[in-house]
Design a protein around this ligand. Structure first.
Ligand SMILES: NC(=O)C1=CN([C@@H]2O[C@H](COP(=O)(O)OP(=O)(O)OC[C@H]3O[C@@H](n4cnc5c(N)ncnc54)[C@H](OP(=O)(O)O)[C@@H]3O)[C@@H](O)[C@H]2O)C=CC1
Ligand SMILES: CC(C)CCC[C@@H](C)[C@H]1CC[C@H]2C3=C(CC[C@]12C)[C@@]1(C)CCC(=O)[C@@H](C)[C@@H]1CC3
Length: 303
């Protein structure tokens, strides 16, 4: 909350008239998501934009062997752009009995969308869901028969691919009610997430190398300001004009100027499968968990 208050103060300095309301939510805890959603419904009559940005990559490990092999392969540029095959993470099970990466990066957000449905689907109004996904999302890390990625070591890639699929499934389900979902990738940005991969002083030391790499890959946005480009770009678009299956990337030119461009779509079969998986996930988890946590009745009907 302290960080949120600091952000509010900074925003008030640059935008003195802004009405900024703070609310604490742990998207990794279903009870917290339900409570926060209830509070949002009390505070607001409608929600125009829901930015699903919170995400984690716990205990990341770099594979030095994969990095060195990648450096001398033809895939070197794509390795720097996506980090594919370079990172593994150690996941854990939350108090709700869910995989932490899956619940934080995907499922908590999904429950919030369902809970806020009346505010997001107002007649005569369009609303946008904007997910912060990643170019690290990888279909081969996602399996329907293990959609929480309990068996593998790449829960981050898996959860980001799940959010890409879920966004397409949400478009199919909600577009006719004026709700539109998009995913973005901010590129490689220096944040607490990347400081968990390598210490901040190390990133500082290799910054000249990073600027050099940026000449060859536009995905090294590096600053939060440039990384947020696609989030801001989407805010200004007519949601009906967006491609429901695209991923919108924040890019930076060699000189550090940012711009947004759409990129590839998830596989059609995967999308149908994902819609089914999430319908099943909600029906399995919601009633049991809510009863256990004494949050009152919570019925979800998925068609
Ligand atoms: N940095 C990068 O290079 C990239 C980042 N991304 C994605 O961008 C998003 C933002 O990450 P980034 O800013 O880089 O990393 P940070 O670790 O700096 O920020 C993560 C944010 O998520 C919030 N968060 C984490 N867990 C929870 C939780 N359980 N409940 C509520 N909020 C939570 C954090 O809140 P708090 O500060 O209160 O803990 C923080 O605001 C993530 O989804 C990440 O996957 C995607 C591609 C590249
Ligand atoms: C640049 C240096 C000389 C060496 C850095 C090597 C790696 C640690 C990085 C190379 C590509 C990076 C990358 C990510 C993390 C750090 C690297 C693997 C991400 C996976 C971070 C989270 C994301 O969501 C992706 C978009 C990033 C892709 C690139």
């Amino acid at each position: 909350m302290q960080r949120a208050e600091a952000a509010r103060t900074a925003l008030h300095t640059s935008h003195p008239g802004a009405d900024i309301s703070l609310l604490k939510v742990d998207v990794g805890s279903l009870q917290s998501v339900l409570e926060a959603s209830k509070e949002i419904k009390q505070r607001f009559k409608k929600v125009d934009y829901l930015y699903l940005n919170a995400g984690i990559m716990p205990n990341p490990q770099i594979s030095l062997k994969a990095f060195v092999t990648g450096l001398f392969s033809r895939k070197v540029i794509s390795m720097f752009a996506t980090g594919e095959g370079l990172l593994t993470q150690q996941d854990r099970v939350t108090a709700d009995g869910l995989q932490e990466v899956f619940v934080t990066n995907v499922f908590g957000h999904f429950i919030m969308i369902r809970e806020l449905e009346p505010l997001l689907c107002q007649p005569g109004n369009t609303s946008q869901l904007i997910w912060t996904s990643s170019s690290n999302a990888r279909s081969s890390a996602f399996r329907l028969d293990d959609y929480q990625h309990t068996q593998g070591v790449e829960p981050y890639s898996s959860s980001k691919y799940a959010s890409d699929l879920l966004s397409v499934a949400l478009n199919r389900h909600y577009n006719k009610q004026g709700l539109y979902s998009s995913v973005i990738c901010p590129g490689l940005v220096m944040t607490n997430l990347t400081y968990g991969i390598l210490p901040s002083f190390f990133w500082m030391l290799i910054m000249p190398v990073m600027w050099l790499i940026r000449i060859f890959t536009n995905t090294f946005t590096l600053t939060a300001y440039n990384g947020a480009e696609a989030l801001f770009w989407l805010f200004n678009q007519k949601p009906e004009s967006l491609d429901p299956r695209a991923k919108y990337h924040s890019y930076s030119s060699g000189l550090g100027n940012s711009y947004t461009k759409p990129q590839k779509r998830p596989n059609q079969n995967d999308v149908s499968v994902c819609a089914y998986a999430y319908a099943r996930a909600v029906s399995i988890y919601s009633p049991g968990i809510v009863q256990k946590k004494h949050c009152g009745p919570y019925n979800t009907v998925i068609t």
